[in-house]
Write a protein of this length. Sequence first.
Length: 276
Amino acid sequence: MSEVKVNKVSPRSGTAVQLGDSGDTFTVPSGATLTTTNATVNLPNTSVTNANLAGSIENAKLSNSAITINGSAVSLGGSVTVGETKPTISSISPSTIENSQTAVTLTGTNYVSIPYVDAINSSTGTITTADSVSFTSATTIVATFTLATDGTYYLRVENNDGNAVRSSTALLTVSDAPSWTTSAGSLGSNGAASAISYTVAATGDAPITYSKTSGSFPGGVSINSSTGVISGTESGSTQDTTYNFTITATDAQTQTAARAFSITITHLAQNSLQFN
């Protein structure tokens, strides 16, 4: 093997120096470094592979340093959001409605006038389209539903461009409000200082709780919120008095029904006759 040792190779004429002929191979031994400074090295495409490149090449030094996605130039190593703008649902109000026609306000993002809104029964998958939808803004719409079947419902919003979203949970509950089984009006009459006990009742989604929301009980009387029993020993009245009050029944979905009742307290008439 011949060996040539020089510090510099320069062209005899012109500016090009050729090393060898086509088909020749030049080997840089392991541990040796071939350095170019502000120079251009033309390599055949077949020799430029990941395995032959040490380290990385700066994107800016590549002939094509960016790619085009959906009409937007994106630098290599950069990022771009690819996709369509879909609506979102963050909350609704009210979250519990009865079977009768009711307006529900949906709050979210990316609503486009005027979207379609559906209620999807979480048990049966039955889809009910809103009776009407009004567009308030890109973040608020109002959908009016008439849902005959009690249950929980997912909500789905679809803009006119086809972008749509379905709530991840069943946001809407359809349930009847409590129904009173105790007739309104007088519960009865009791003498002064007597023990009082009456029960008012309503049916609905358990548990039902009871509270006095207006008016007043006779002194010493209160209501059991769990059972609806109104009881106590009357005190404080000095004459015949009718006490009027309203009891509100509240079910598990916080739906309410109010009913007016009364209790009368009587006093024995004083004998005013005189005998001579």
